[in-house]
Design a protein around this ligand. Sequence first.
Ligand code: SAH
Ligand code: SF4
Ligand code: F3S
Length: 458
Amino acid sequence: MKVLIETYGCQMNTADSELIMGILQTSGFEAAHTLDEADVIILNTCAVREKAEARILGRLTNLVPFKRLKPGLMIGVVGCMAKHLGEKLIEERPYVDFVAGPDQYRHLPDVIRNKRRNKAEILTQFDRSEVYSGCSSKRPHGVTAWVSIQRGCNYVCTYCIVPHVRGVERNVPADEIIAEVKKLAKEGFSVITLLGQTVNSYVDGDITFAKLLQMVANIDGIEQVRFTSPHPLGFSDELIDVIASEPHVAKFVHLPLQSASNSQLDLMRRRYTFEEYQEIVRKLRQKCPEIAISTDIIVGFCGETEEDYQKTKQAIIDNRYAFAFLFAYSERSLSVAARTMKDDVPADVKQQRLAEVIDIQQKISKQIYESLIGQHLEVIVEGYSRRNPEQAVGNTRDFKTTIFEKGDSEPGDWVEVEIESATSQTLKGRLVRVLKKGRAPTVEEQIDVGISLGPTEG
Ligand code: SAH
Ligand code: SF4
Ligand code: F3S
């Protein structure tokens, strides 16, 4: 049987799709390369905002004709929206064959094999100990790999559905993470992104996140380590020191602020003040002047006044983020805010605030990126442009995506690029020279593993 997985949501879901494909292939399933070829289509879903769910529900509707054309075709919905909607999904969409939450992926081979006609399987229980030890992920071969080091979340930010669909925090044992990264390095992956909802709360015995980051950076063959998302609470000096001093750690931190108003942060139950957040930014920039910082912001959360909003807007201007993910508050059932607070900022005000901060951030990003024109930067080559395979795509040490004519460079190489132009999201330049050869994946290794990305909603 051939399986196709479409992924929605954050990087954690991307990593989970690779995990699911690994679990299925270990039990004899194969990857489908197109929808027509697939016997099973799995949507790995997101629930973080209403829009994310609406888009996936729309996609499900579009899949109905495929089912008519191919009797026996199975459609499964897994991940965060699957856990959120559960049985309701089946009631409203009887053509869905199975629903599985984030802790139930080990059961997917059995669920698919034993599926009886006209009876949907619904597996949405939490399993507080599941970290998928012993399961191996099926990754598209290349230079970059996602490694989940933590599942679930122990914070209860009041706007957020994630803890309610992903369950409590669980950390993958450090020895398993190290073994995994060593294996990846042997396979030619040299850029690793460590993933967790509050990745810096990771701990295993006396191994803190800062220690783990250092250990991963030390592994032979690993050139660059990134991580996402840290939480401002517990962003330790030890961590700042590792970021500043370890050459293999990216000079880049995604540090979600959400709001710069302390009363909003309090209502959001973020557990830090704006001043505490700024102190981390100050230390990061002091100890690591080349650091790039990005953020997440929510505008229009319950009770957000014009004054609250102005504070956030000013923080975006003052902090000069390299980029930012900006969202209008979307009420989510299950969340504390949905149960106890009033979603009282009018939709048009939310949209107007959102449009304004998007515009401001775009101008700042463009300034920052354009200021690099003329500079010679080190870039690690991660692959080729989808639109033009003659163009290589990589990232600078501070995580700025850079495109250039590939010349004699190959994926995995560190190269020197002279920046010639910039947009608010990418740098374009000219390859000056290859600085250090990497181990490029062979053509045979660059196989399509049957995982495709839906629109990102992270
Ligand atoms: N664990 C990460 C965030 C995961 S969700 C962290 O705490 O940083 C990614 C982002 O989506 C959040 O940072 C927040 O900015 C946004 N988000 C979460 N819930 C939301 C909601 N109900 N409405 C709008 N944006 C939301
Ligand atoms: Fe957890 Fe808060 Fe991040 Fe949601 S926003 S995943 S509750 S830390
Ligand atoms: Fe789940 Fe990530 Fe969306 S944890 S809710 S897929 S943002």
